[in-house]
Design a protein around this ligand. Structure first.
Ligand code: PGA
Length: 252
């Protein structure tokens, strides 16, 4: 049984003071031990989050990482800089990085490789746009986005399927659409790695995941958790999603 992952992608939200309050609030809910719970604050809030979460099982993720170890790359952060802060995870290839900041499959893979070399676990994001879904190209897009992932270490990899049309829109993939896409992604990962490695890989759903739809999405066999934006900014809604994941782990 794959251990669920619930990861909160805070995007460009939460100052140091807000981060401290949110992480304290989250830890006060005593997240269940059966779920890997991760938060991804902005870079500037990572040290504060690390300080509050020290000694707890809460995982810390960065939202991006550069592929080189150091150098003249204004505005970028290396994997070693993140590791030094106590960060264990990193989100790579998020659709906002792809559409707003020119991220490609190639640069995302390079970032993922560098992150894994430094010991980080990568949450690698893929997903089709609305135009691609409507043109029946969903599987072709997912196939090309997962192509080449075979050079990564599957033990430090989590894949997030995030249909772009569902991110921040309030529109969610139906449980059937999510399961269909996740099963297809798993078949791509079988080719990239091996059937055994693909069977062990966690595939998260992202895109307007919230307490009201978490249970039915997380009940699907290939939906092993979630990458959550908006609903991760509030302790009550994020912890409700974590509880839904704990139900999955318990087979409820
Ligand atoms: P959302 O964001 O939950 O606000 O749709 C998900 C994501 O971008 O990871």
């Amino acid at each position: 049984m794959r251990r669920p992952v619930i990861a909160g992608n805070w995007k460009m939200h939460n100052t140091v003071a807000e981060t401290t309050a949110l992480v304290e609030g989250l830890l006060a809910t005593r997240p269940p031990a059966s779920v890997d719970v991760v938060v991804a604050p902005p870079f500037t809030s990572l040290p504060a989050a690390a300080m509050v979460a020290a000694g707890s099982p809460l995982g810390l993720a960065a939202q991006n990482v550069h592929w080189e170890t150091h150098g003249a790359f204004t505005g970028e952060v290396s994997a070693a800089m993140l590791v030094e802060l106590g960060v264990g995870w990193v989100i790579v290839g998020h659709s906002e990085r792809r559409t707003l900041f020119g991220e490609t499959d190639r640069t995302a893979r390079d970032r993922a490789r560098a992150a894994q070399r430094a010991g980080l676990t990568v949450i690698y994001c893929i997903g089709e746009t609305l135009a691609e879904r409507e043109a029946d190209r969903t599987f072709a897009v997912l196939s090309s986005q997962t192509d080449g992932l075979g050079s990564l270490d599957p033990d430090r990899l989590v894949v997030a399927y995030e249909p772009v049309w569902a991110i921040g829109t309030g529109r969610t993939a139906s449980p059937e659409q999510a399961q269909e896409a996740h099963a297809f992604v798993r078949s791509c990962l079988e080719r990239a790695f091996s059937p055994a490695a693909a069977a062990a890989l966690r595939i998260l759903y992202g895109g307007s995941l919230k307490p009201s739809n978490a249970h039915e999405l997380l009940a699907r066999p290939d939906v092993d958790g979630g990458l959550i934006g908006g609903a991760s900014l509030d302790v009550d809604s994020f912890s409700a999603i974590i509880r839904a994941a704990a139900d999955r782990a318990a087979g409820v």
